[in-house]
Ligand binder design. Structure first.
Ligand SMILES: C[S@@+](CC[C@H](N)C(=O)[O-])C[C@H]1O[C@@H](n2cnc3c(N)ncnc32)[C@H](O)[C@@H]1O
Length: 233
């Protein structure tokens, strides 16, 4: 069964796909690249391992991981929105990267890769899933024993903390204002709503433990604006 949120999210990312990379660079002042590198460095993918970048979008993590796991391993980028995945494919062609496999698929509906991956990464994807618990359970199911997973996303800070106030000002004044220039303000206003529905640090750690992960860690980046969840099966 397809959830309403899943379809809305797919339409949203198809709609913004043509400006996705441009706005990501502009709105994060290029910092998203540093945070993605940080995530990949913490996960330490190595040559010969099989990895998946879930909710890969235009494939930033997949490109970083392909450098680490090639030539003996594999990396598969998976996303449910065809238009954004086409941009990832075009980037592969431009970079002459034939190593990454791209698949259009809803993460919550993947069933054919049970215990297939040494590692799984996701940036800014978990928050967009219809159900975060199901997403983490799915990652557990897809990982080989002792496999590891890492998730980068906005950190849902405590209400009215400095970092929460800063995040709201940034999202309302910078993100929504700039995206309005491109007629995409409702789509970018969605970020604040999605963070408010996203589990906080301790809730994420509990969900991961309940899913069966043996080691669970969470760290914040950029004065609490971003969070990285690292899990080991
Ligand atoms: C904010 S973008 C992140 C893209 C990329 N990982 C990045 O960090 O730039 C979220 C992505 O998750 C994808 N997505 C959302 N729900 C999904 C689902 N259920 N299955 C697969 N992809 C999904 C969207 O299509 C979108 O490309």
């Amino acid at each position: 069964m397809k959830f309403t949120k899943t379809i809305e999210v797919k339409n949203l990312f198809n709609k913004i796909s043509y400006k996705y990379d441009f706005l990501n660079n502009l709105l994060s002042f290029g910092l998203h690249k540093l945070w993605k590198r940080k995530l990949v460095n913490l996960l330490e993918p190595i040559n010969g391992e099989d990895w998946a970048d879930l909710c890969c979008g235009t494939g930033d993590l997949a490109f970083l991981i392909s450098k680490k796991v090639s030539p003996m391993g594999s990396i598969t980028g998976i996303d449910s929105a065809g238009d954004i995945l086409n941009i990832a494919k075009k980037k592969s062609e431009l970079k002459k990267n034939k190593f990454i496999k791209w698949e259009i698929k809803d993460v919550l509906e993947i069933n054919n890769y049970s215990k297939n991956f040494d590692g799984i990464c996701m940036s800014y994807g978990l928050r967009n899933l219809n159900n975060v618990q199901e997403g983490i359970k799915k990652v557990f199911y897809l990982l080989k024993d002792k496999g590891r997973a890492g998730f980068l996303d906005f950190n849902h800070s405590t209400k009215n903390s400095l970092s929460d106030i800063f995040q709201k000002i940034y999202l309302r004044l910078i993100v929504v204002t700039i995206s309005r220039i491109f007629n995409l303000s409702p789509e970018y206003a969605y970020i604040e709503k999605s963070i408010s529905n996203f589990p906080k640090k301790n809730e994420l750690l509990k969900i991961a433990k309940d899913a069966g992960f043996k080691k669970v860690e969470y760290r914040t980046l950029f004065w609490g604006q971003m969070g990285i969840l690292i899990l080991t099966k």
